[in-house]
Design a protein around this ligand. Structure first.
Ligand code: ATP
Ligand code: MG
Length: 398
């Protein structure tokens, strides 16, 4: 593509070189912080927009302190930056349109529009020729009853917008529970979708990057363990057969290509007992399940995102070492810090190298993501054993 030629989603290919380029990030949480740390090492400057004083990203970048839907602040960000990205998907539509008009947003807004809405997202995944769990749009108590009959139980009712960490979902194990679940979620005012419950062997995710030049690279699939609907650990290589891993990478690339995504796209999937893959959700941003790449891959997901949006060649995604990433929630923070303040006999014995990342959040609330540890190991079972032996995550281990 030449200088300013536009692709289907309106994005353009421009090469944004370090030294001359300030990158604006909508959102100032840990994802923005890690993007900034990676991009700063590459010579880029960063400004974040976030309402929270002293946001994790604001500690390492300049910060405009304002709400995400504040159009005046968004305009200020557009004026001060050469290229704009975001670290969360629920970007206000008005702000997205304004930024596209006033600045350079290589990711465009069509991917946001699609991934902000589960039904649109499922249709886009299907359009890429990729399987999702059978689903029905739910618009009334009657369509709900009919859909439960068609899809069978168990099934899961979800709000189409605004859900995260399992919020806005009801699992229906018995047709008698259907109406109550419908009434509860319909009361939120959100549109609803009913999905067949996939009896999966495990959950995996693939982070794929597509650059403004159309180059695509996938990271190795991560096997994800959730506890209380929050990601607890990611295991790489995933403990699934090599052909399924390859298939997972291929279909993530197919989705990114079909949607003409720019930047990172995290593709969450279920691996069913028969080896079939079902895509559950997409996230058009760095993903918690991709944090393992920071030390375990030749290029981290954060560097890759910067490369993709700045029109640089994508980095090598080779896995350098088996790794287990474990999240550090508020309740784990103190013991983790204590543990890493002294020589770690267990780690030495197991041959595990723990690499600690803490996000700089001032308040350590229970269940709040405060950081993560990447455990570089010879075999993922040793990393898992280290987690067990520390007992720090014992009450959350599944
Ligand atoms: P997050 O944004 O934190 O990933 P979310 O609230 O958007 O979560 P989902 O990813 O849709 O929600 O679902 C959360 C979890 O619930 C999944 O990781 C999976 O374990 C389970 N789940 C969701 N849908 C299904 C399904 N159709 N079949 C089986 N399990 C499901
Ligand atoms: Mg999910």
């Amino acid at each position: 593509m030449s200088g300013t030629e536009k692709s289907k989603n309106g994005s353009q290919h421009r090469v944004m070189l370090p030294g001359h380029t300030t990158i604006g990030i909508l959102g100032g949480g840990q994802l923005g912080r890690m993007l900034t740390l990676a991009g700063t090492a590459m010579g880029y400057r960063f400004i974040t927009l976030d309402p929270a004083k002293d946001a994790p990203c604001g500690q390492v970048a300049r910060q405009i302190e304002a709400g995400y839907a504040d159009e005046g602040a968004a305009l200020e960000l557009a004026r001060q930056c050469d290229v704009i990205t975001y670290e969360f998907e629920n970007v206000d539509a008005g702000v997205a349109a304004l930024l596209e008009r006033e600045s350079y947003v290589p990711q465009g807004s069509s991917l946001l529009y699609t991934t902000q809405h589960r039904l649109r997202e499922k249709r886009a995944i299907e359009a890429a020729g990729v399987r999702v769990a059978p689903y029905r749009e739910i618009t009334s108590a009657d369509t709900m009853q009919a859909a439960v009959g068609e899809l069978g139980v168990p099934c899961v009712l979800k709000t189409v917008t605004g859900g995260y960490d399992g919020k806005g979902q009801r699992v229906i194990r018995d047709a008698a529970q259907a109406l109550k679940a419908y009434e509860e979620l319909a009361a939120t005012g959100a549109e609803l979708v009913l999905e067949q419950f996939i009896k999966f062997d495990c959950e995996i995710s693939v982070v794929v990057a597509r650059s403004t030049a159309g180059e695509i690279k996938t990271f190795p699939p991560a096997e994800n363990i959730h506890v209380n609907n929050i990601l607890h650990a990611s295991i790489v290589p995933a403990r699934v057969p090599a052909d399924i891993q390859l298939e997972a990478q291929k279909l993530a690339a197919a989705v990114a290509e079909s949607m003409e995504a720019v930047g990172l796209l995290a593709v969450e999937m279920f691996v069913a007992a028969d080896g079939r893959l079902y895509v559950n959700e997409l996230a058009p941003r760095p993903h918690n399940s991709g944090h393992y790449t920071m030390e375990a891959c030749a290029t981290s997901q954060f560097e890759q995102h910067i490369r993709a949006i700045c029109g640089l060649p994508l980095g090598d995604t080779t896995l350098l070492s088996p790794v287990v990433m474990v999240n550090v929630l508020g309740e784990h923070l103190e013991p983790v810090i204590e543990r890493t303040g002294a020589p770690d006999g267990d780690a030495i014995e197991l041959g595990v190298i723990p690499k600690l990342h803490i996000y700089g959040k001032t308040e350590a609330k229970t269940g709040r993501k405060m950081g993560h540890v990447n455990l570089l190991c010879h075999d993922v079972e040793e990393g898992l054993q280290w987690i067990e032996q520390t007992t720090i995550w014992r009450n959350t281990n599944s």
